[in-house]
Ligand binder design. Structure first.
Ligand SMILES: NC(=O)c1ccc[n+]([C@@H]2O[C@H](COP(=O)([O-])OP(=O)(O)OC[C@H]3O[C@@H](n4cnc5c(N)ncnc54)[C@H](O)[C@@H]3O)[C@@H](O)[C@H]2O)c1
Length: 260
């Protein structure tokens, strides 16, 4: 119960990585605000958290919603110690056909959402004077020109840059800001995007030959909120089985090129 008495807002926690983090933080005694845009799933996650969770629904791409979410957390629990800006959507379209609406959607949800949530949460944390931890969720694709990711890669790169700016400005308030950049995590978001066959191929390009487990992302988030990570801020933690270390090389190409 390392986080007993703390309050965490986890955006996009009705499923996927966010849900896994909500459950992990609840197990550590944290009061969790489950957020998303699906009431049924949100109620289910609240139930799974075992009575220490609240639910708030709304489109995180809207400034007023982000503000109301943070206000809600403080009204319900009297504090706001942790924000994990996790809500996200992925769209793939070839660059030449990439739609302006798709660009705007990803920009609004990922980058504006992280800004709106981060600012509203940090204002509460600074006012309440208890410091805080803010975590953004990026992706290893922020550093690569991946096919179809005309918007996804740039907005996630923006989220990483926002992490550094916030870390610098908020250190004086005892607020740390870090980012987790996972490699692919096999879930329905990814399966809908690529299909199972291509995901299996993708696995073989990763040095550890497997994808991340959602529980491993949750463990990294718990670490970033622990006293042991008290001196860490402004960092992007790659959690990718060695994929970013290998860069653009697939294991097959890498082995051939280096004759090993
Ligand atoms: N799955 C992966 O392989 C992977 C890898 C790297 C990074 N990520 C990132 O991790 C985060 C979570 O991804 P996931 O795979 O768990 O996705 P998911 O689709 O399983 O869950 C996304 C969550 O975000 C919420 N959401 C989306 N748009 C929203 C909006 N406008 N307003 C409110 N809620 C909204 C959904 O309700 C849901 O709860 C995303 O930021 C994603 O970019 C995922």
């Amino acid at each position: 119960m390392k986080l007993k008495g703390s309050t965490a807002v986890i955006t996009g926690s009705t499923k996927g990585l966010g849900r896994e983090m909500a459950l992990a933080f609840a197990r550590e005694g944290c009061r969790v605000v489950v957020h998303g845009n699906d009431a049924e799933r949100a109620a289910q996650v609240r139930e799974e958290c075992g009575g220490c969770a609240e639910v708030f629904l709304g489109d995180i791409a809207k400034k007023d919603v982000a503000q109301a979410l943070m206000d809600f957390a403080v009204e319900k629990t009297g504090r706001l110690d942790i924000l994990i800006s996790n809500a996200g959507v992925v769209r793939m379209e070839p660059f030449l056909e990439f739609k302006a609406e798709t660009w705007q959607l990803l920009l609004d949800v990922h980058l504006s959402g992280a800004f709106y949530c981060g600012q509203a949460a940090a204002r509460h944390m600074a006012r309440l004077g208890h410091g805080g931890r803010i975590i953004h969720i990026s992706t290893i694709a922020a550093a690569f020109g991946q096919f179809g990711f005309t918007a996804y890669s740039p907005v996630k790169a923006g989220v990483e840059a926002l992490t550094r700016v916030m870390a610098v400005e908020l250190a004086a308030h005892g607020i740390s800001v870090n980012c987790i950049a996972p490699g692919p995590v096999w879930n329905d978001m990814l399966e809908n995007l690529y299909g199972a066959e291509r995901l299996n191929e993708r696995k073989r390009t990763i040095p550890m030959q497997r994808m991340a487990e959602a529980s491993e992302v949750a463990a990294a988030a718990l670490y970033l909120c622990s006293p042991e990570a008290g001196y860490m801020t402004g960092q992007v933690l790659h959690l990718d089985g060695g994929a970013s270390a290998a860069g653009p090389f697939t294991m097959e190409v890498y082995k051939r090129a280096t004759s090993c």
